[in-house]
Structures are given as structure tokens and as C-alpha cells.
Design a protein around this ligand. Structure first.
Ligand code: SF4
Length: 235
């Protein structure tokens, strides 16, 4: 990790490291006040409950959880015009390349341009490997696990969902309808190495992977920070 931190700093990012999510949340709560904050879709940000915590002192726009009466697109446009943009990464290589895959593109667009500052909040499970290995991780683990989280009928999700549902029903002792919060909590606990997820580069109408972005360095014209948390978070 030391070498990756140095690589990220050489690419122009500020890097802060925390031993757990609570410390990182406290740091962000202190650093961000009186601002507009846009969110890119992220299981990590959801797990840290940042959309509620940062809303105490800021105006937040979270397209995955739009305000009452607002659409995903309306919230995403406001997020794109916010002072600060928050997201995670699907993978970060040993050389500090930041990789994200997106279906709609609002998350990728928000990380590229238009903000005073972009902050990546990334758990330790996203780091490691060459650029090629990091892309493979993003495509074969993050994509399918997100498809599973969203219960998409895509080949990557369908290939494992039957087996997972059986394990879920065993663990939660249920043969009735599946509670979505329990399902997401069950998925979050799964060991990615044993899940055997795979991307089929599908043609599904429900495909969630449309674009892949590699930040080879920090974009010009805005600050960017990588907040590293020494815990497994998100996909
Ligand atoms: S391209 Fe299709 S198969 Fe591959 S991860 Fe995305 S949704 Fe799944």
C-alpha cells in the first residue's frame, strides 16, 4: 500500500488513510461544511451512511436516493453541478490508476470535470495488481456483484444467484419473499474470491456496465483526494 500511496501522490492526488470507516466519516464530516455535495453511485458510500451524515451540514444530491418528487436524472444533474463530488473506485492498481465502470455515466462524468474537488473513498479490498489485473477485478467482481445487488437479470448475476439464494435461505431460515436489506447485507459479507463471479460481456437489456474510465492522473483544474480505509467496503 505504501508504494500505491506514493504513486497516487505523484499523480497529483492528496491521500489520507484511516484504519476504519468511523474515522474516515469523522474526517469528512469535519472537512465538508456548508457545501453542495454530489454523490456517484457507490455501495461504499451507502455502507458508511454518508448521505445522511453529510446532509447534517451540507446540501447533498444522491441520484440513487433522489429527494421526494425528484428523478434520478434531476438529482444526477444537481450532483454534477455541486461543489464537491464523492464516489468510490471499482479498483486501484499498484501504480495508482483509478478504475470505474458505470452504466449511466453520471458517476464517471462527475469524477472528470466541473467540481472544486472530487473525493474517492475506497476500502482496502479495491487495491492491488497491475492495470490489467485491476481492470479484470472491476469487470469480473465489481460489475457482477453490483448486478447481484440490484438483482439484475444479467448472465453474471443469473449464474450465481440461484446458488446464493439457497445459501441465503439457509442462513436466514426463510423460504418466503427475500428482504432487500437482509439480501444486501448478506451480499456485502460474501468473500469475493469464493463467489466465482464472471463478466460475460453480455448483450442483456439490463446490462449495468456501459463505460469504463481509467484516471491515469488527476484531471487538471480541480483538487482530488483519495481517502483510503483499511477495511473491506463496497464491491
Ligand atoms: S457486462 Fe453484463 S455480464 Fe458483464 S458484469 Fe456487466 S452486466 Fe454482468
Amino acid at each position: 500500500m505504501e508504494n500505491t500511496i506514493k504513486a497516487l501522490e505523484r499523480k497529483g492526488y492528496k491521500v489520507t488513510v484511516f484504519s476504519n470507516g468511523g474515522e474516515a466519516v469523522q474526517y469528512l464530516r469535519n472537512a465538508l461544511n456548508g457545501l453542495t455535495i454530489g454523490f456517484g453511485g457507490s455501495q461504499t458510500l451507502t455502507e458508511l451512511d454518508l448521505r445522511h451524515i453529510l446532509a447534517e451540514n451540507n446540501t447533498v444530491y444522491v441520484p440513487d436516493f433522489p429527494a421526494e418528487g425528484e428523478t434520478f436524472s434531476g438529482s444526477a444533474l444537481k450532483a454534477f453541478n455541486a461543489n464537491v463530488f464523492l464516489l468510490s473506485a471499482n479498483a486501484i492498481s499498484d501504480d495508482g490508476d483509478i478504475i470505474n465502470i458505470d452504466g449511466t455515466g453520471n458517476r464517471l462524468a462527475g469524477s472528470l470535470f466541473g467540481h472544486d474537488k472530487v473525493i474517492y473513498i475506497v476500502g482496502r479490498n479495491k487495491f492491488g495488481g497491475t492495470l490489467e489485473e485491476a481492470i479484470r477485478r472491476a469487470r469480473n467482481i465489481a460489475g457482477p456483484k453490483n448486478a447481484l445487488r440490484l438483482r439484475c437479470k444479467t448472465p453474471c448475476a443469473m449464474a450465481v444467484v440461484k446458488d446464493l439464494e439457497m445459501k441465503f435461505r439457509e442462513e436466514y431460515h426463510t423460504d418466503g419473499p427475500i428482504d432487500q436489506l437482509e439480501w444486501q447485507s448478506f451480499l456485502a459479507k460474501l468473500d469475493s474470491d469464493n463467489l466465482n463471479t464472471h463478466c460475460y460481456d453480455c448483450k442483456s437489456p439490463n446490462r449495468i456496465c456501459g463505460s469504463l474510465l481509467i484516471h491515469m492522473k488527476k484531471p487538471y483544474g480541480m483538487d482530488a483526494e483519495v481517502v483510503i480505509i483499511d477495511e473491506d467496503l463496497g464491491f
